[in-house]
Design a protein around this ligand. Structure first.
Ligand SMILES: C[S@@+](CC[C@H](N)C(=O)[O-])C[C@H]1O[C@@H](n2cnc3c(N)ncnc32)[C@H](O)[C@@H]1O
Length: 390
């Protein structure tokens, strides 16, 4: 597409975006990305890319030293480097150098010489969940990158490492991601915070993307003591808690399952039962209406998902629904989030974000069939509804 046409298309999309059109917003981001690529020379593109890791490092240094948090605390008032230096006890030159980059990447605004102001991104990144997210990915991606060549030269690159082969995380850290969480309490606490916070408040909840109220109303009434929802590998339980809040009068028990270390720090509203459960063991809750798995399947390769699913299938009855809340990777034109998450899953835990065909094959392999796939307009994670195959 000629540059002029690209700009015209961007102008139209920007007008629609300004009216709150979420689809236009998505397309606009992709078009702006393509526009930048068409303007850049190959030298521009490769230089931008090679130096990009510095941005993540600078953000961590500015967060840990209280520089971005101080700018955020001033809530949009202008802040000078000397004020930041005084408030955070750092040399004045440090905020000047770090804020040059932080403002360039949009993490705050530069409003004059050595003078800054918080914007909405500054405020967001300084919330505990998002700060934890910055740390989580930067601290894990960089050792993986630093060791990836030696991994390839010693054992080759295997997307789904098995039979004693290491995945890139294991090669860099000496243990799997899950073992790392088990021994690194500070990181695990941050990860749980990040998991609970990473979806924007404007994002539809899974039980809106999936018409949960209507679907449950269509099912036969639950028996006394029956379970309406099991959140399997549900982390701190933010999704089951959101469901409970949205449907306070719904009939049936709600259960949050996860490993002990995760459940210990979960704070749940009354009426939600917590249950330590390893999903590689038989599912103890039988005949629940909904077994919900959010960003669990994408952590595991097919052979492991197969085991998790077989235990769920053994617990399901004909009225049970399995809901998988994960990306459905488009076959063409994939966008920023699923592309990046797919590679993160490959490097962290030999796993994958699946296409619809891959999901269908996985589910069919354990005797499940897809009823419908519900995808939100903003293209985030879909809710895949599956039931026991007829
Ligand atoms: C990516 S997190 C997703 C958490 C939550 N569903 C969410 O979307 O925020 C994966 C979750 O799986 C849990 N998990 C990992 N291995 C598990 C196992 N063997 N049994 C049960 N839960 C497990 C982790 O503790 C973590 O809470």
């Amino acid at each position: 597409m000629a540059l002029r046409e690209q700009i015209d298309r961007i102008t139209k999309l920007a007008e629609a975006d300004a009216t709150g059109d979420v689809v236009a917003h998505r397309e606009l981001l992709e078009e702006v990305h393509k526009l930048q690529l068409s303007i850049e020379t190959p030298f521009d593109t490769t230089a931008r890319f090679r130096f990009q890791p510095l941005q993540n490092i600078v953000v961590l240094v500015a967060l840990e030293n209280g520089i971005l948090p101080y700018v955020a605390k001033r809530n949009g008032e202008t802040v000078t480097s000397s004020e930041i230096a005084k408030a955070t006890s750092v040399d004045q030159l440090l905020p000047e150098r770090l804020m040059r980059m932080n403002t360039w990447i949009g993490y705050a605004d530069e409003v004059g010489e050595n003078t800054y102001a918080a914007n909405d991104t500054t405020k967001l990144v300084c919330t505990p969940g998002m700060t934890a997210g910055e740390r989580h990915h930067t601290e894990l991606f960089y050792p993986i990158g630093a060791n990836i060549t030696s991994l390839m030269r010693t054992q080759g690159f295997h997307q789904f490492a098995e039979d004693g082969l290491k995945d890139p995380f294991e090669h860099a850290f000496g243990c799997t991601l899950w073992d790392f969480f088990a021994i690194n309490e500070e990181h695990k606490t941050g990860f749980d915070l990040y998991m609970a916070a990473r979806r924007p408040a404007s994002q539809k909840a899974w039980f809106e993307v999936y018409p949960a109220a209507q679907k449950l109303a269509e099912m036969p009434a639950l028996k006394e003591g029956g379970v309406v929802l099991v959140d399997v590998g549900g982390g701190h339980g933010h999704e089951v808690a959101g469901f409970k809040k949205a449907f306070p009068d719904i009939v049936g028990k709600m259960v949050l399952q996860d490993l002990p270390a995760t459940l210990e720090s979960a704070k749940l509203p009354k009426g939600i039962e917590t249950m330590v459960h390893d999903f590689f063991q038989p599912q103890p809750v039988k005949g629940a209406r909904i077994y919900y798995l959010r960003q669990v399947m994408h952590d595991w390769m097919d052979s492991k998902c197969n085991t998790i699913l077989q235990y769920l299938v053994a617990a399901m009855d004909k009225n049970s629904r399995l809901l998988i809340d994960d990306y459905v990777m488009p076959v063409t034109g994939a966008e920023f989030r699923p592309i990046h998450m797919d590679i993160a899953m490959m490097l962290y835990c030999r796993a994958i974000e699946r296409t619809r065909t891959q999901w269908a094959a996985l589910l069919e392999s354990v005797g499940l069939e897809i009823v419908e796939v519900f995808t939100p307009e903003n293209g985030f994670e879909s809710v895949i509804e599956a039931k026991l195959a007829a």
